[in-house]
Each structure stands twice: as C-alpha cells, then as structure tokens.
Design a protein around this ligand. Structure first.
Ligand SMILES: Cc1ncc(COP(=O)(O)O)c(C=O)c1O
Length: 408
C-alpha cells in the first residue's frame, strides 16, 4: 500500500527540525582509525574526505581506552568462549558468568552491595526510574537532566512532578516540603555531570536535603543520580561526582560503560534488595538482550584498569590535559566554564558564530560539537570540547592555535 501521505507528514516533521536548527543532519562516517603516538592522538578517516585525518575532540571516551590491549584481549576471549552474542535475554538463557563478574566488579568499584547491567545507560535510566515511580510518587528533577531522565519521567505515571531550575537546591527543597502529604515516595532525579556544560550536581548537598526531609515520606526520599559522564572520568579515583563532592552513596547510582570505560552498556548499583527489585521489574532489562559476553569481559577489564595505579595515572593525565586546554583558552581570550571535568565548553554566545567556528575547526581537521539555540538557551551557544587521555599537549596546542586564528 502506498504510504505517500504518511511519508509527506514525516518529511514535514524532519523539515521543521531542519528549519528550527534542531536536526542532527547527515552523520559523518568513520572509515578508519590511525593509531595514536606519544605526541599525536589517534586520527579518524571520514567517508568522503579521502586521506584527511581528523582529531576527535567530541568523544566521550575520556580515558582513551578503546584500543587498550587488555580490553581488546578480554573482548576477544569473551567472544571465543561464549560466542559473539548473548542469544537470549537474561532471565531466559542469556545470563553469562561474564555478566555476573562485571556486576560484582562494578558493585565493588562503587562500594555497593549489588549491580545490574543494562544494554546502555539510557536503558538503565528508563529501566529503573519507570518501575520506581508508583502512582503515589512525587518526582523532582533538574531542568537540565539528560534526555533519558526526561523520557523516563514521561513514561512514568507519578502523582506529581516538579522540575527545578538547574542546580537550584532551594527549588528542590521547596518541592520536598510542599510535597509532604501528596505522595508516599519522593524520587529526586539528577545527572551527576551535566554533559552540555561539564558542571556537576552537588550530590553531597542533595543527599543532605534528602536526609533532612525523609521523614515527610512514608517510602523515603530516594536520590537517583545518572553519573554517566562522571564514572571513570571524575573524582580522584574515577568514582564520579559522588567521590568528587564527598557525598554519601546515593540510593540509585546509574553509570554507563560506553564513555570513560570505553566499551558499551549501562548499569545501576545500590542495595541488593533494590537490584533484586529491578531484575524483576525493569522492562528494558527483562525484555531486551544484555551486552555481549565479550563486551562484558572488556568492561570488567576496563573497571579493573581504572581501579589500578595505571587508571589513576590516566586520570591524572586527563586532568592535566583538561587544565592545559582550559588555561590555553583563557590565555587566548576565549571564555570557558572552569572545572575539572574533561567537558570544556568554549563559550561563543552566538549561533552563527558557533556554527562558523565548528566549520573552521572542521576545515582544520578537528571534530567538535556545536551547541546552538534552541538546544541551549540564546546567549549560551558554545562548542563542547571533550578532552580524552589519549590526546596530547601538542594536539591541544594546535587546536588552541586554530581557535585563536578564527577571525573576530
Ligand atoms: C547523562 C547521560 N545519561 C545517559 C546517557 C546515555 O548513555 P548510553 O550511551 O550508555 O545509553 C548519556 C549519553 O550521552 C548521558 O549524557
């Protein structure tokens, strides 16, 4: 049956995204990777760009682990031992020792009783927030939370929801006070690191607020933190924002295995009874395949590496590179938001100039992500530079030169 009227409607939708400036546009296709050296980060070949070699300053692979021999060997050993795919969801016959080893290792890394692995952090957030939200739950969420939290709240059916201004703890506290008597449970949802800006939630203060208003809710105030950009990359030993802010353990900690840990997948860690509940209730866990056994073994190797002196050295290197880049921006008179996280915003504060700067960097073989209105508010337009531990000072100096040469 011809689908012409439907396809016209779909076209109209995409065209609206394009004219609004929110379309993602055509994807760049990586066709090859040139390994890095001591003075040069890995370079990427892109389809349609011949032999040009691009520096990737927009990767979440903060520790640069993608080609680490221990991880490659672990993934290959997993594939050889168990096959390339899990073949079933976890509760049918898709639970391999590789998955359980990873869960135990993640729990130990975060000093929790248990962990549960999902196919991605997105799936982990949906899979935990939706079943934890009953019809008697108040949901309180930071306005700049990641899309996975926003969609999890949309899919949930809370008694009430309150969105507070970014990092506005007074707004959060007011919601906790006002919500008394309207809900049995309060769920406070926050990103750990906010990926657009590289800033972080004060988890220590959020936990203190939760503790002081806990008595108002028969089923507790529950703090859920998605620290996908923090775990592995932030805090003295890579435990993320919790460690950086010296916070007590949040109730539900969610992380990804696809950013600093360099592989793929997501997880939730916490109390053993919470994790038992999620194994029985999280639809994205119960009805969807897990990561492959090979990926799980590579992830375990990644956690092992991060939790070693080699990992701490990499974190130290990542921090020095980040600082070097931030100081360089200041030196050439470019505004940034200072912070230790390897997301370094280059504040341009104008949509046309941001687009032109992204193009200028691309013309000089550097890949960055531009954040323009309406993705960010007018006046906050910026370039999100992401530093990785396999970048080098030479690479970053070159990027600074390219930025400095951008016509005013
Ligand atoms: C805060 C946050 N949560 C979750 C995700 C998704 O992670 P994954 O790719 O593991 O689904 C991202 C990725 O950008 C993120 O920034």
């Amino acid at each position: 049956m011809p689908q012409d009227r439907l396809l016209d409607a779909l076209d109209a939708h995409v065209e609206t995204l394009e004219s609004d400036g929110t379309a993602k546009g055509e994807e760049l296709i990586v066709t090859g990777v040139v390994p890095g050296t001591d003075s040069r980060a890995p370079r990427f070949h892109l389809e349609g760009y011949g032999e040009r070699e691009f520096l990737r300053l927009n990767s979440n692979s903060y520790l640069g682990l993608a080609f680490t021999p221990e991880l490659l060997e672990a993934e290959e050993a997993g594939a050889r031992a168990f096959g390339v795919g899990p073949g079933a969801v976890r509760f049918i016959s898709g639970s391999f020792s590789a998955h359980r080893d990873l869960e135990r290792r993640l729990a130990r890394f975060h000093d929790r009783e248990e962990a549960i692995v999902f196919s991605s952090a997105y799936a982990a957030v949906l899979g935990s927030v939706v079943p934890l939200t009953t019809g008697d739950t108040l949901v309180i969420s930071d306005e700049l939370n990641h899309n996975c939290i926003i969609n999890a709240v949309r899919l949930s059916r809370p008694a009430r929801k309150v969105i507070y201004r970014h990092l506005d703890l007074e707004g959060l506290e007011r919601a906790l006070v006002d919500g008394e008597g309207t809900a049995r449970r309060a769920l406070v949802l926050t990103d750990g690191i906010f990926s657009m800006r590289g800033d972080h939630a004060p988890l220590d203060e959020i936990m203190a607020l939760a503790a002081s208003h806990d008595h108002r809710y028969p089923e507790n105030v529950v703090v859920v933190a998605d620290d996908s950009h923090g775990v592995g990359a932030f805090g003295p030993t890579g435990r993320g924002v919790e460690e950086y802010t010296e916070s007590p353990p949040v109730d539900v900690l969610i992380g990804t295995l696809g950013k600093a840990f360099g592989v793929n997948g997501g997880y939730v860690t916490g109390d053993a009874r919470l994790i038992r509940f999620l194994r029985e209730s999280a639809p994205t866990y119960i009805y969807s395949n897990p990561i492959t056994p090979g990926e799980a073994m590579a992830c375990t190797a990644a956690v092992e590496l991060v939790d070693s002196s080699q990992g701490r050295d990499l974190l130290g290197r990542l921090r020095s590179l980040t600082k070097h880049f931030e100081e360089g921006l200041t030196r050439i008179g470019v505004e940034t938001i200072p912070g230790e996280h390897p997301v370094v915003p280059v504040m341009i504060r104008d949509t046309a100039r941001t687009r032109a700067m992204v193009q200028h960097l691309f013309d000089h073989d550097v890949l960055v992500t531009g954040l323009t209105y309406p993705v960010v508010p007018r006046g906050d337009e910026s370039i999100r530079a992401q530093i990785n531990a396999d970048h080098t000072m030479e690479d970053l100096d070159r990027v600074l030169e390219i930025i400095a040469a951008f016509p005013n």
